[in-house]
Write a protein that binds this ligand. Structure first.
Ligand SMILES: NC(=O)c1ccc[n+]([C@@H]2O[C@H](COP(=O)([O-])OP(=O)(O)OC[C@H]3O[C@@H](n4cnc5c(N)ncnc54)[C@H](OP(=O)(O)O)[C@@H]3O)[C@@H](O)[C@H]2O)c1
Length: 269
């Protein structure tokens, strides 16, 4: 498979490096573009992939192209691709652009264009991403499985109805930032209670990692796992009451709602 990357910033690189590490593509079969010569040359040098100055040339060479530009640039890139419709004859476009709807992509590109919308997240950089995707009206089962294979090389992947994509953005697309904030707060609290900073951060990080692994590996509901460590009249139930008193659960829900609404707003622009 020949893989293209339109926009080789943080997200694009994470997706590309995952596919390279998993051996799904060879570096010599990867083509990348960026706004500046400097970015594409440095990524090409580092990863051994082929830099190109033209997005349409890239589309005409590759079988699958990730679209990983910022939302405000993505429509310009799609219009550029639409000017050379034959470049898309044999190319699946997988967009990672937040808020960019399948319908919007299909309305700009030629009628037969095959497009997929996905929402990855940045832990994809270390192969621990969580991604979801939805397929457009011209895609085949093979296109869906190719998307699953590519995104699966950088973490877990699910297929969802496109109407849920803004919610995916709210939960897992923006989610790592909420968890980083929680880890930082937990470590800060440790420092407040006398722990050295480095030790507090190590304990907080490993606690989140361990608890997430317990949910993933046991398959038990988080509430059940929580009940198992909550003894009557003990420290944990006292702490949980404090979390409830300070609106921890509703603050988390409000954060996801805000990100979901922002993603919808981006899709309207
Ligand atoms: N970061 C995340 O956590 C995350 C999560 C999920 C989805 N996404 C989505 O991923 C997309 C990219 O985000 P990012 O964080 O990776 O942004 P980024 O680091 O700013 O990367 C954007 C890349 O696009 C390139 N670019 C700009 N104009 C271009 C053009 N006309 N043709 C080709 N390439 C062009 C830029 O090139 P230069 O470097 O030369 O300027 C840069 O390499 C966004 O749409 C975002 O919604 C991001």
């Amino acid at each position: 498979m020949k893989l293209g990357l339109i926009g080789c910033g943080k997200m694009g690189r994470a997706l590309l490096e995952g596919a390279l590490t998993a051996g799904i593509v060879e570096a010599q079969d990867v083509y990348i573009t960026s706004r500046t010569e400097k970015t594409r040359q440095s990524v090409a040098k580092e990863l051994g992939v082929n830099p190109l100055a033209s997005n349409t040339e890239l589309a005409s060479i590759v079988d699958v192209a990730y679209l990983c530009t910022k939302p405000n640039v993505s429509k310009i890139v799609l219009l550029e691709l639409a000017e050379t419709p034959e470049s898309l004859d044999n190319t699946l476009i997988i967009s990672a652009v937040a808020g960019l709807k399948l319908e919007a992509m299909e309305s700009i590109l030629p009628d037969s264009a095959r497009v997929v919308r996905c929402m990855p997240n940045t832990p994809s950089l270390i192969g621990k991403g969580a991604a979801a995707y939805s397929t457009g009206s011209n895609t085949s089962d093979l296109d869906a499985s190719t998307t699953g294979k590519l995104l699966g090389s950088v973490g877990s992947v699910i297929e969802v109805d496109e109407s849920l994509m803004d919610s995916v953005t709210g939960v897992s697309g923006s989610g790592p930032a909420y968890v980083y904030t929680f880890i930082e707060s937990l470590a800060d609290a440790g420092v407040l209670k006398g722990l050295p900073r480095a030790q507090a951060l190590e304990l907080a990080t490993q606690t989140v990692l361990g608890a997430a692994s317990m949910v993933a590996e046991t398959g038990l509901h988080p509430a059940l796992l929580r009940d198992m460590v909550t003894s009557p009249g003990g420290t944990t139930i006292t702490a949980l009451k404090a979390l409830e008193d300070h609106g921890f659960r509703s603050a988390t829900i409000a954060a996801v709602e805000a990100a979901t609404e922002k993603s919808k707003e981006l899709g309207r622009n």
